[in-house]
Design a binder for this molecule. Structure first.
Ligand code: ADP
Length: 518
C-alpha cells in the first residue's frame, strides 16, 4: 500500500493541534468528544444515502489499538445489507453516470475541499482506530484527499477516439463508458487513502460504489462518506457496509449488478476474490502483498540510504505492503550501514500516536504481534543477530520494539514472508547480479528500493527489477499522479494517475455505416 511524504520524517504538527493532542493523549475521550461534536463520528452503515444499523441489530466494537478502549460500536452487517447496498448503487448508476463530467468533477472537488477542511478531525480518527502517529495520519489525509482532487480533474479528460475508417462511407468511434457498480474492499492500514484511491476514479468515471472497509477501521470511511454526502455526491452513489467480510464479499461477487471488484489486502483474500469474480466475469483490480527489497550498494550515499530505508521500512510501524521487507546490503558498506541504521532505529520513539513525539504506534492487533514475534524467534533461532529491539515493547498491548536483525539468510522464514511489522532485516550480498537475483526471487512484485550514486546502475537495476514501483535513492514514492500496482502475485491493474481511471471504464467501438445512403 501507499503513503505520504509526511510521516516518520514529517514536519511538526500545527501549534493549536499540538496542544489539543497533549490533552487527548492523556484523555482519549477528549478526542472522541471532539469528533462527536464535529459530526464526523458516524457509527452506522450507509445505504442509499441513509445511515443504517444492521438489520438484525448486531454490533461490533471498534478498538483503539494503543489503549484497547472501545471507540464506538458499529453495525455488524451481512448479506442482506450488502444486497440492498448493491441495489442502491445500481439504481443510482443511471442518474450518476448521466451527469456531465463537469458536474461530477465539481462535486468531487467539493468533497476534496471538505476533507481538507476537516483534515485534523479525520487524522484524529485515523490515529484513534488505526494507531499510526498523528503526523502520519495527517499525511494520509492529504494523500487520500489528493486522489479525489486528481480524479475530479481527470473526470473531464476521459477522451475517446476517432479511428480512420477502412471503408470510406464509415466512421469509427471509440467511446469510454463507466463499467457500472463497483465493489471496493479495503484494508485497515490506510483507512482513508485506500478508499479514496478507488472511489475517486470510480465516481469520476460515472460508476457508483459499494465500499466494504476493514472492520478494524470503519470510522474513517464513515466520516469520509458523511463529507461526500455534504459535498453533493448523490445518495446511493457511495454506499458503505461492513461486518461479516466473507458474506459481504460473496454478495458482491455473486451479483450480476456488480461489474467490477477492486481490492487492497492480503494475497490470500485477493486470490479468493479473483476466483469468485470468474462466475460473473467481472473486471478486477487487486493490490496485494509485497516483499519489497531495498538494495543498498557500496556506492550509496550513507545518509541518504539510512534515511530512505528508515522511511521505507518503519512508516506505519512497518504495516504497509510497500514497506522494505528485505534490506540487501553490499558487503563493502554492510558494517557502516548496519551500525548507522541500527542507531537511527534505536532512536525511534514508540507510543500512543496521539503523543506528539511518537513515531512508532502499536500494531493493529494481537495476531499481527504474534506473527512478528514468531518470525523474529525463527530468525534468531537460526542465527540472525539482534542489532536493536527484538521484543515486545514495555508499553505492553500490541507495541513491539523497532527491531533490526543482522545476517539474515534464506533459511529463515522472515526472508520470504512479509513481516508487516517494525522489524528490519539485513542480508549481505556481493555483486549487483546477486542482488537482482535475490530481489526477484519471490512471487511478489510491488515495490523495490535501491540506493546508489551511479546513474548507469540506477537504470540497469530499475529495469531488471520485476516490480511495479521502484524508488531510487528515495523511500517514500507514492503519489496520486503516478501509477501504483504490482507485478506477479502482488496484483492486477494500477491505481492513481491517468492509468488508474482506465480500470473503471469500458471501451466501446461504434461503427457508423452507410453514410452515403442513410
Ligand atoms: P489483512 O490481513 O491486512 O487484514 P485481509 O485481506 O484479511 O488483509 O483484509 C483486507 C480486506 O478484505 C478487509 O476489508 C477484510 O475484511 C476483507 N476480507 C477478508 N476476508 C474476506 C473475504 N473472504 N471476502 C471479502 N473480503 C474479505
Amino acid at each position: 500500500m501507499a503513503m505520504c511524504r509526511a510521516g516518520l520524517l514529517g514536519s511538526r504538527l500545527p501549534h493549536p493541534f499540538r496542544i489539543l493532542c497533549r490533552q487527548m493523549s492523556t484523555e482519549p475521550r477528549v478526542a472522541v468528544d471532539r469528533l462527536r461534536q464535529s459530526g464526523l463520528l458516524r457509527t452506522q452503515g450507509l445505504i442509499g444515502g441513509k445511515w443504517i444499523d444492521a438489520y438484525d441489530g448486531k454490533t461490533i466494537p471498534v478498538h483503539n489499538p494503543a489503549t484497547g478502549d472501545v471507540i464506538a460500536n458499529v453495525p455488524f452487517m451481512g448479506r442482506n445489507e450488502a444486497i440492498n447496498a448493491i441495489s442502491s448503487a445500481h439504481e443510482t448508476f443511471t442518474s450518476w453516470s448521466k451527469l456531465t463530467a463537469n458536474e461530477r468533477s465539481k462535486r468531487l472537488r467539493k468533497w476534496y475541499d471538505l476533507i481538507i477542511s476537516h483534515k485534523e478531525d479525520l487524522a484524529l480518527l485515523i490515529t484513534l482506530e488505526q494507531g499510526k502517529p498523528l503526523k502520519e495520519s495527517l499525511g494520509e489525509v492529504n494523500y487520500g484527499a489528493s486522489f479525489i482532487e486528481f480524479f475530479a480533474e481527470e473526470a473531464k479528460r476521459i477522451y475517446g477516439d476517432i479511428i480512420p475508417p477502412t471503408i470510406d462511407d464509415r466512421r469509427l468511434l471509440v467511446l469510454k463508458q463507466p463499467v457500472g457498480v463497483v465493489g471496493a474492499i479495503t484494508p485497515w492500514n490506510f483507512p482513508l487513502a485506500m478508499i479514496t484511491r478507488k472511489v475517486g476514479p470510480a465516481l469520476a468515471s460515472g460508476c457508483t460504489a459499494v465500499v466494504k472497509p476493514s472492520e478494524y477501521t470503519p470510522l474513517t470511511a464513515l466520516a469520509a462518506a458523511e463529507l461526500a454526502l455534504q459535498a453533493g455526491i448523490s445518495p446511493g452513489a457511495l454506499n458503505i457496509v461492513f461486518g461479516n467480510a466473507p458474506d459481504i464479499g460473496d454478495s458482491l461477487l455473486e451479483s450480476t449488478k456488480v461489474r467490477k471488484i477492486t481490492f487492497t489486502g492480503s494475497t490470500a483474500v485477493g486470490k479468493k476474490l479473483m476466483a469468485g469474480s470468474a462466475s460473473t466475469v467481472k473486471k478486477i483490480s487487486l493490490e496485494l502483498g509485497g516483499n519489497a527489497p531495498c538494495i543498498v550498494f557500496d556506492d550509496a550515499d550513507l545518509d541518504v540510504a539510512v534515511k530512505g530505508t528508515l522511511a521505507a521500512k518503519f512508516r506505519n510501524s512497518g504495516q504497509t505492503c510497500v514497506c522494505a521487507n528485505r534490506i540487501l546490503v553490499q558487503e563493502g558498506i554492510y558494517d557502516k550501514f548496519a551500525s548507522a541504521f541500527a542507531k537511527a532505529v534505536q532512536a525511534l520513539e514508540v507510543g500512543n500516536g496521539l503523543i506528539e513525539t511518537t513515531v512508532q504506534g502499536p500494531l493493529i492487533n494481537e495476531a499481527a504481534l504474534e506473527k512478528v514475534e514468531s518470525l523474529v524467534k525463527d530468525a534468531t533461532g537460526k542465527g540472525a543477530d539482534v542489532l536493536v529491539g527484538g521484543r515486545r515493547h514495555s508499553l505492553g498491548r500490541t507495541f513491539y520494539e523497532p527491531t533490526v536483525l543482522g545476517n539474515v539468510n534464506n533459511e529463515m522464514l522472515i526472508s520470504s514472508q512479509e513481516v508487516f511489522g517494525p522489524v528490519a532485516r539485513l542480508l549481505r550480498f556481493k555483486t549487483e547480479e546477486e542482488a537482482i537475483q535475490i530481489a526477484n526471487d519471490t512471487n511478489a512484485g510491488l515495490a523495490a528500493y535501491i540506493f546508489t550514486r551511479s546513474m548507469p546502475r540506477s537504470w540497469r537495476v530499475s529495469e531488471a527489477l520485476e516490480y511495479g514501483l521502484v524508488g531510487v535513492n528515495e523511500g517514500l514514492i507514492s503519489t496520486e499522479v503516478a501509477p501504483f500496482g504490482g507485478f506477479k502475485q502482488s496484483g492486477l491493474g494500477r491505481e492513481g494517475s491517468k492509468y488508474g481511471i482506465d480500470e473503471y471504464l469500458e471501451i466501446k467501438y461504434v461503427c457508423l455505416g452507410n453514410l452515403k445512403e442513410v
